[in-house]
Design a protein around this ligand. Structure first.
Ligand SMILES: Nc1ncnc2c1ncn2[C@@H]1O[C@H](COP(=O)(O)OP(=O)(O)OP(=O)(O)O)[C@@H](O)[C@H]1O
Ligand SMILES: [Mg+2]
Length: 261
């Protein structure tokens, strides 16, 4: 097992308010984590530190074995796949899906005049098929549905063979069918030992892909619970995280929560 992310007593303070407070957490390459927590809990801020886009106010963050603040983060960012609603906004609407994936190999948004290697073209075709986008290669980003866009962004993120894949609410705004298809694909991807470590933020236990191994639950910037999903995703921990009692059920690796009267 190789450690890909290690936070030690991390705090992140803005406007004298602790947005993250005393976070100690580590992720190994074989692990697939879900981060659960209410709006404003600090989930996206945590991912921002994990992508090396920002530094903690105190404590240490090690990403892919490198301590933030000590190394060139640009080199590091090429080894991390990241998908959020903001990454989607940076893709030109006129960009064809094939190029969205292919340009990841060259770290640019919007195809320019690069000469692509055959090996990259073949890898892009394979990834497009894997994320059910084979028929969309020539379509432009602006014409895709939300669900298709999410898959295109994930396909782009995995094109560089990242060592860590970070997904911030990939199933937000998807319809039931699109959400279920995305969960199946994430679940299949998570199952492959060749896949990188994964960390996925969501608000809903219904969106935990089967096969994800661990859960981190945060509230007001502090960890409420962290560990293997089977022991940690409990009604008591959901209540501590979301501040109300739930009935939690699990069927075939899928979870569901409803408020307890
Ligand atoms: N740079 C900043 N300056 C001031 N406040 C910030 C900054 N970044 C984040 N915050 C605040 O920190 C809190 C946590 O934000 P964050 O985006 O991490 O939450 P989140 O858990 O991802 O929420 P959501 O589920 O709504 O996406 C929020 O109250 C947000 O307004
Ligand atoms: Mg967020």
């Amino acid at each position: 097992m190789v450690n890909v992310l290690r936070l030690n007593d991390v705090s992140y303070v803005r406007d004298r308010r602790p947005i993250l407070d005393g976070i100690t957490w580590s992720v190994d390459d074989s692990e697939r984590w879900v981060i659960l927590g209410p709006n404003g809990a600090g989930k996206s801020t945590l991912l921002k530190l994990a992508t090396s886009a920002d530094h903690p106010t105190s404590g240490t963050v090690e990403v892919l074995g490198e301590r933030l603040g000590k190394i060139d983060v640009f080199e590091l960012r090429n080894r991390i796949g990241f998908v959020s609603s903001a990454t989607g906004r940076r893709i030109p609407p006129t960009e064809p899906v094939r190029d969205i994936v292919l340009t990841a190999a060259y770290s640019v948004e919007g195809r320019w005049n690069e000469e692509y290697e055959d090996i990259d073209v073949r890898q892009a075709e394979r990834i497009l098929e894997e994320w059910d986008l084979g028929g969309y290669a020539d379509r432009t980003f602006g014409t895709l549905s939300d669900g298709e866009r999410k898959r295109a962004l994930i396909a782009r993120a995995v094109m560089t063979d990242p060592e860590m894949l970070l997904l911030d609410e990939p199933s937000a705004s998807l319809d039931l069918g699109a959400r279920e298809r995305l969960l199946q694909m994430l679940s299949g991807f998570a199952a492959s030992p060749a896949s990188p470590a994964m960390v996925m933020v969501t608000h809903h236990v219904e969106e935990v892909p089967p096969g994800f191994t661990h859960v981190l639950m945060i509230r007001d910037g502090a960890i409420q619970a962290a560990g293997p999903i089977r022991d940690t995703l409990t009604a008591a921990n959901l209540e501590a995280t979301f501040g109300m009692p739930f009935e939690l059920t699990e069927t075939g690796g899928r979870y569901a929560a409803v408020a307890r009267p």
